[in-house]
Design a protein around this ligand. Structure first.
Ligand SMILES: Nc1nc2c(c(=O)[nH]1)N[C@H]1C(S)=C(S)[C@@H](COP(=O)(O)OP(=O)(O)OC[C@H]3O[C@@H](n4cnc5c(=O)[nH]c(N)nc54)[C@H](O)[C@@H]3O)O[C@H]1N2
Ligand SMILES: Nc1nc2c(c(=O)[nH]1)N[C@H]1C(S)=C(S)[C@@H](COP(=O)(O)OP(=O)(O)OC[C@H]3O[C@@H](n4cnc5c(=O)[nH]c(N)nc54)[C@H](O)[C@@H]3O)O[C@H]1N2
Ligand code: SF4
Ligand SMILES: [Mo]
Length: 760
């Protein structure tokens, strides 16, 4: 006897609504929910494999606690006792900064990850915070922080309405989009073309997205900032700057014009490998389009000038009047956003309020670079204590961050480590305690983060599709108990964490003149909250205080949890709308077009004008049926073209004597790996490509299927020293490598090679 249940897909940023088929407690099928107000039935192969991902037999079912050197099954009580006993002495003896916190990508895909880590970090008081953001989008946060005064104010391209999209370093046909939540991104690009719009893709690889484009520019990796600066130069030079209605909200236009003077198309052409005439055409097309949006992602962020490139993306949208207008790039307004405050000067955005101990990296958004995690553990300095204990939540930095081998050793040297993770993998194998969350079918879902990045305003919530299995603990409760255990309140009622947050939030709102509950009694408000769990009550509170909320009765037709539950397929809140100047929180109250830290970094970009390394550089790639480091254990999603092979252009292969299908050695500053070559003109000359998230061959992991075709860890080629200085973001693309065929004798010696065809 099967039934169906709705579940928002947590497997990528597109947030599609799924209809799950459930037999007993097992998810046996998944299809797109045609009535979902946002995704309208769209599904991809990962979503279709929801049941297999959810029911993976290698998922841990009980906590593990290390005893006599071995991780053994334990009760939740024993596990949290061990956490308190492991972390508290480190805090008491060495202070809170000796406890590191590592937050990985899946935190943005769970309600637990959205609601609890901030409380954990604040109550622990540690500055040793490392997250996936510094191997991903930190440059965009920094550029938004500097331009708009709010690191989370990220404009999103209006995919459904734009006439012209310039897309750099993104491959949404495989990734399904990022910092731009759009179910059926491929369909939206096709619709753009069908309505007569144009798509330009800038990518050193001829990706599936590039194949869809009207124009594909195979840029040299790492040079997008130069290309974009030259486009800004042309806009000034040819008098194409037109801020339109943005004009009263923007400052520093003349200063920007002067700063762009040296970046002529002719000066950047050779570095970028894009002809000057083409760069001029790009700028003219952008200015001429009725509406247009420039959008950059991984390939524009994880490079040496990541912050400058991210800033220039917005600069071009601003100079052409496309920021904050339909068809351009707009600021979404999510249902759980804070009460919008009246427009006016804000506190601005500060960078470098503290520094990492060893390499003196500045903090950004309260975080230190993930690239520096290993050295912060394994290097003693006079500055202060190294990280001696670690709390990792949904993070696999041994594969995701530079120099996994060094981190692997560093993790082994910790006094104590706890991982909240469903798998025993390359990182969690080092933990003294592993706390496994339930599979997604047993968790509630709402997208706090991705709704602030969505191409249409909407709100959806799905309760657990399957009840918690006996012996399981909700991830929200795991994180609440973890917070209590590490802050000296071990054993207290986990509901206390929610109560604390609710009291604080309502207390603040009651004092805020802009809030619909200004002047009301916070206790009376708290009593009005609905929901079966603390998590639901917090969602109810955020919805009711939010921009569409019922204001606890002030706007009776507004949103709350009850209304959301009445609309299981979600509530549409309309297209993105102009919002400026309200989102601005800069000290000037305007868009600060040429902020001082950016101006101070431009000389570095100017120096890059003359640079052109002649060796090979490596870029990454994603595959539709994968997700970073943790989805190689699902047979339905591996094999075929989802392989850890080295893409290399036929000309480079011929020059180096590399043959298709044969093993090649790839050497970088941090180490070397051996992978099978895949000779293809899908990658331009001078560039090779390996995907990340592979290398499942370390001892002690429990990933039976992944271990049959482990692949190699591309991040071993990095030594962790290459960073974008403003954001601390790792350089993961455009890294210099040497490639050579593995000689016959070496091959006979039988080193395992990534990408070898597997049996069956
Ligand atoms: N070379 C190279 N390296 C890269 C990238 C690249 O493009 N190239 N991309 C970078 C990017 S953009 C990112 S975001 C990072 C991602 O790297 P990480 O932040 O390490 O994220 P994942 O590999 O997605 O998953 C991390 C862990 O979360 C666990 N997990 C899965 N679901 C859940 C859950 O519901 N709850 C909990 N608690 N845990 C869960 C998984 O088992 C896994 O151990 O990798 C980065 N590394
Ligand atoms: N199927 C699948 N989907 C995913 C993920 C996954 O692992 N698999 N990961 C998720 C995560 S965490 C993220 S952050 C997003 C990322 O989403 P996207 O940004 O779309 O990620 P990629 O597919 O890696 O695309 C990056 C592209 O940049 C190109 N590139 C590399 N260097 C340069 C350069 O210097 N300049 C330019 N212009 N291009 C360059 C690469 O060739 C690649 O095609 O995807 C998310 N969705
Ligand atoms: S596109 Fe993303 S959210 Fe949609 S079904 Fe696929 S993995 Fe899930
Ligand atoms: Mo990411």
């Amino acid at each position: 006897m099967s039934r169906t249940a709705l579940r928002i897909c947590p497997l990528c940023e597109a947030t599609c609504g799924l209809t799950l088929t459930i037999d007993g407690t097992r998810v046996t099928g998944a299809r797109g929910d045609r009535d979902d107000v946002f995704s309208r039935g769209f599904i991809c192969p990962k979503g279709a494999s929801f049941g297999a991902v959810d029911g993976d037999p290698d998922r841990l079912r009980t906590p593990l606690v290390r005893r006599d050197g071995e991780l053994r099954e334990a009760t939740w009580q024993e596990a949290f006792d061990a956490v308190a006993a492991g972390i508290r002495p480190v805090v008491e003896r060495y202070g809170p900064h000796a406890v590191g916190v590592v937050l990985g990508n899946p935190n943005v895909h769970t309600m637990a990850g959205a609601l609890y880590p901030t409380v954990l970090i604040a109550s622990l008081g540690t500055r040793s915070l490392f997250t996936a953001s510094t191997v991903d989008q930190m440059p965009k946060h920094v550029s938004s922080g500097l331009l708009y005064g709010d690191a989370n104010a990220i404009p999103v391209p209006d995919l459904d309405h734009t006439d012209h999209l310039l897309l750099l370093g993104a491959n949404p046909l495989e990734s399904n989009g990022s910092l731009c939540t759009a179910p059926d991104f491929p369909g939206k690009l096709k619709a753009l073309k069908a309505r007569g719009g144009t798509l330009t893709v800038v990518d050193p690889r001829r990706t599936r997205t590039a194949k869809l484009a009207d124009r594909h520019l195979a840029i040299r990796p790492g040079t997008d900032a130069l290309l974009l600066a030259a486009m800004a130069h042309v806009l000034f030079e040819e008098d194409l700057v037109d801020l339109g209605r943005l004009a009263p909200h923007v400052q520093d236009v003349p200063e920007l014009r002067a700063a762009m003077r040296d970046f002529t198309p002719e000066a950047v052409a050779e570095s970028c490998d894009v002809e000057a005439a083409v760069i001029r055409a790009l700028a003219r097309e952008l200015a001429a389009a009725p509406t247009a949006a420039v959008y950059g992602r991984i390939g524009s962020c994880t490079v040496p000038h990541g912050t400058l490139a991210s800033w220039l993306v917005d600069v071009l949208n601003i100079l052409t009047g496309n920021l904050d207008r339909p068809g351009g790039a707009l600021f979404p307004q999510a249902a759980t956003d804070r009460t919008p405050r009246p427009a006016g000067p804000g506190h601005g955005f500060a960078l470098g309020r503290w520094h990492s101990r060893v390499s003196r990296h500045p903090e950004a958004k309260g975080e230190l670079p993930l690239s520096a995690l290993a050295e912060e553990i394994d290097t003693a300095t006079a500055e202060g204590e190294p990280v001696r204990a670690l709390i990792a939540v949904a993070a696999n930095p041994v594969l995701s961050a530079p120099d996994g081998d060094r981190l692997d050793k560093a993790l082994d040297s910790l006094d104590f480590m706890v991982s909240v993770d469903p798998y025993l993998n390359e990182t969690s194998r080092h933990a003294d305690v592993v706390l496994p969350p339930p599979p997604p079918s047993q968790s509630p879902h709402h997208d706090f983060a991705f709704n602030t990045l969505a191409v249409r305003n909407q709100v959806r919530y799905t309760r657990p599709a399957v009840p918690l299995e006996p012996g399981r603990m909700a991830e929200t409760e795991i994180l609440a108990r973890l917070t209590l255990a590490v802050t000296g309140m071990h054993g207290a009622d986990p509901a206390a964490v929610d109560t604390l947050v609710i009291d604080q939030t309502l207390g603040k709102a009651a004092k805020d003149p802009a809030s619909p509950v200004h002047g009301r009694d916070p206790r009376e408000l708290a009593a009005l909250l609905t929901g079966d769990t603390g998590t639901e009550r917090r969602l109810d509170m955020m919805l009711r205080l939010g921009p569409y909320g019922d204001g606890f009765g002030a706007r009776p037709e507004g949103l709350g949890l009850g209304r959301l539950l009445d609309h299981p397929h979600g509530i549409d809140l309309g297209p993105l709308r102009p919002r400026l100047p309200q989102p601005l929180k800069t000290r000037s109250g305007r868009i600060e077009l040429l902020p001082e830290p950016i101006a101070a970094d431009l000389p570095r970009l100017r120096r890059a004008l003359g640079e052109r390394a002649d060796g090979l550089v490596l870029v990454g790639r994603r595959h539709l049926r994968s997700n970073n480091s943790w989805m190689h254990n699902v047979p339905a999603l591996t094999g075929g073209t989802n392989r850890c092979t080295l893409h290399i252009h036929p000309e480079d292969a011929a020059r180096l004597g590399v043959r298709d299908g044969e093993p090649v050695r790839v050497k970088g500053a941090g180490g070397e790996v051996t992978a099978r070559a895949e000779v293809t003109d899908g990658v331009r000359t001078g560039v090779v490509s390996l995907p990340h998230g592979w290398g499942h061959d370390r001892p002690g992991i429990r990933l039976a299927h992944a271990a049959t075709d482990p692949g190699v860890n591309v991040n071993q080629l990095l030594d962790g020293t290459l960073l974008d200085p403003l954001s601390g973001n790792a350089v993961l693309n455009g890294i210099p490598v040497e490639v050579a065929p593995v000689t016959r004798t070496e091959a006979l010696a039988g080193a395992p090679t990534a990408g070898a065809p597997t049996a069956g």
